[in-house]
Design a protein around this ligand. Sequence first.
Ligand SMILES: C[C@@](CO)(OP(=O)(O)O)[C@H](O)COP(=O)(O)OP(=O)(O)OC[C@H]1O[C@@H](n2ccc(N)nc2=O)[C@H](O)[C@@H]1O
Ligand SMILES: Nc1ncnc2c1ncn2[C@@H]1O[C@H](COP(=O)(O)OP(=O)(O)O)[C@@H](O)[C@H]1O
Length: 313
Amino acid sequence: MLSVVPASAESRPVSVQAPAKVNLFLGVGDLRVDGYHELTTVFQALSLSERIRLSPAETLTISVRGDNAAAVPTDDSNLAARAARALAERCDRDPAVHIDIDKGIPVAGGLAGGSADAAATMVGLDRLWETELSRAELSDIAAELGSDVPFSLHGGTALGTGRGENLMSVLSRGELHWVLAISREGLSTPAVYGELDRLRAGGSAPTVRDPAELLQALAAGDPHRLAPLLHNDLQPAALSMRPTLRRTLRAGTDAGALAGIVSGSGPTCVFLCASARSAVDVAAELSGAGVCSAVRTATGPVSGAHVVEEAEQ
Ligand SMILES: C[C@@](CO)(OP(=O)(O)O)[C@H](O)COP(=O)(O)OP(=O)(O)OC[C@H]1O[C@@H](n2ccc(N)nc2=O)[C@H](O)[C@@H]1O
Ligand SMILES: Nc1ncnc2c1ncn2[C@@H]1O[C@H](COP(=O)(O)OP(=O)(O)O)[C@@H](O)[C@H]1O
């Protein structure tokens, strides 16, 4: 059925959903002169998500709800506020909007929650302000906000290069089933990259592995083949800063997961399971193991940041 968009649609609040990400493969190369590391990474968007509501307002304001909302800044340092200002500047307009963020993604968890908020804000304001920017233009602005923001827009499963902002879609057949072990205390991304540099100092130059085999396993849609190929170069650094994560990783595989890794810079540990049923069993056992503060199940891949139409709300 065709939906009729009323002429005043641009002044109505817009709701947007944006996903968490996991790095199925994270190869970290040399530290560049600009302070970033050269990456080869395979991202997957997960069904754990943020909900953002954008409404016209007198000035730019932010409110944050949900788990650990108190840990999220509501000033101009919030990534969603930075996204609104960047888009407003690009379109030569006033960033007069209220951004209400409902956090479904743990803060500082290595799951790109802040990047999801930035991507959601861009997609929502594109609708609210009728900017009609192309995906490529939105993606360029996203890359200026943070290395993970372009993927939060893109969603699905993608190969990321550069500092993670250059994306190429990759085929991922079927649905993967994940269990997430969440820590109450986050880890700082720059601190984890810094710890990796410290661990590597004096050693030989990093050799970045090739994700080709992992990409083949994804295309085949076989979680058993994929499990031993999951890889994260930041994991030793995250474990060095948070040694208790070793116990969390062990508990997940003991509970029946096919494999577990630290997600990005951590501290969230993600476990790949053979089926939806196995994920429920692993989640139940992990919940009782006392190795994390919360457990969630999720599936991937899912779409990137997108407007939630009224009928879906
Ligand atoms: C590690 C990853 C893996 O996807 O994600 P998280 O675990 O944080 O979610 C990303 O590389 C994080 O991306 P993002 O969180 O957007 O980081 P940015 O804001 O761009 O950069 C924050 C800081 O992280 C370090 N950084 C980030 C990206 C990169 N390729 N090399 C780096 O060294 C730099 O110290 C930089 O100043
Ligand atoms: N909208 C936001 N949501 C979460 N954190 C934000 C946001 N804006 C800025 N931040 C800051 O960014 C830090 C990292 O946030 P987050 O994206 O959740 O983690 P990660 O980089 O580990 O994926 C937080 O500790 C917080 O201080």
